[in-house]
Design a protein around this ligand. Structure first.
Ligand SMILES: C[S@@+](CC[C@H](N)C(=O)[O-])C[C@H]1O[C@@H](n2cnc3c(N)ncnc32)[C@H](O)[C@@H]1O
Length: 272
């Protein structure tokens, strides 16, 4: 448990993950039936980018910091949710901001300090339940929800060498319990090889309707750097596959540094 998200809040990969999640939540909330949203690795909910760890690394300056002026149309909805939240919102605050009165959010976090921060923020919120528990275990314990529709965000820290394996296993367990759920899993792109292996495992998992949506700052050649990141999406909401290219295009346009290999890609790993 060394990873602390506060050092990385608002960086390019946070922005990519959150912008696409906001788009998916917007699509899901078009239908009136209630949603269940599960954030398996929640972090502390909100971050002060001008102080403490975030200020020390300054990673946010090359992320959300580049979207302050003249926001591109494709990101306007995401940015309006961010700006409506005061301190920079992590996934729990963003997801909470998009709930309607009958929707529910469950957040899991194992780090005691981050869990305390979540409690301060959402402890009295009747639409949010907080769990000081293992997010991988929650995929088994909290699914399926009573609501028949929902979104599950899986955003682990990738501290453990077998995290891609745990992710494939967790997705299998989660999807088998909640077949209609939208599952969104963030993954780092350092070298291409582990990502290729993960995609192959998912493509042969028997799970249907899988997209891999990726953003590259540069060629993934240096395993010591976060060269890009991806979201694996199972059961993407209607309209997401068509909307994703414009979102990714706007993101790379602002977040890229014109390095060789910069770009984005969308791969369908399994058909509907
Ligand atoms: C990448 S951060 C989450 C960021 C957050 N989802 C966001 O977008 O704002 C990963 C979080 O998972 C927590 N964590 C690590 N292992 C966990 C586990 N097994 N179950 C639940 N949370 C865990 C870490 O303490 C960290 O806060």
């Amino acid at each position: 448990m060394n990873y602390r998200h506060a050092f990385h809040a608002g960086n390019f990969s946070d922005v990519m993950k959150h912008a696409l999640c906001v788009a998916m939540m917007r699509m899901l909330t078009r239908k009136p039936t209630p949603l269940f949203v599960l954030d398996t690795h929640a972090g502390c909910g909100r971050y002060d980018l001008g102080a403490g760890p975030a200020e020390r690394t300054g990673e946010w300056r090359a992320g959300i910091g580049r979207l302050r002026d003249d926001p591109p149309d494709a990101l306007a909805d995401y940015l309006s949710v961010v700006h409506g939240e005061g301190l920079y919102p992590g996934s729990p605050a963003l997801l909470r901001a998009m709930l309607r009165p009958d929707d529910r959010l469950a957040c899991c976090e194992l780090h005691p300090d981050d869990f305390l921060a979540l409690k301060r923020e959402f402890g009295r919120d009747r639409q949010v339940s907080l769990h000081l528990r293992d997010g991988w275990e929650a995929l088994r314990a909290l699914l399926p929800p009573a609501q028949k529709r929902g979104l599950v965000l899986i955003d682990p820290p990738y501290e453990a060498p077998d995290e891609f394996f745990r992710l494939a296993d967790g997705l299998g367990a989660g999807v088998s319990r909640f077949r209609t759920g939208v599952f969104v899993a963030w993954y780092p792109i350092k070298h291409r090889a582990p990502v290729r292996e993960f995609h192959a495992a998912m493509a042969s998992s028997g799970i249907a309707d899988i997209l891999a949506v990726e953003l590259y700052l540069r060629k993934p050649l240096d395993a010591a750097r976060l060269n890009g990141c991806g979201l694996l999406v199972v059961n993407p909401p209607f309209g997401f596959e068509a909307a994703a290219p414009a979102l990714l295009g706007a993101l790379i346009d602002r977040l890229g540094n014109n390095e060789p290999g910069q770009g984005c890609r969308i791969d369908r790993l399994a058909d509907e």
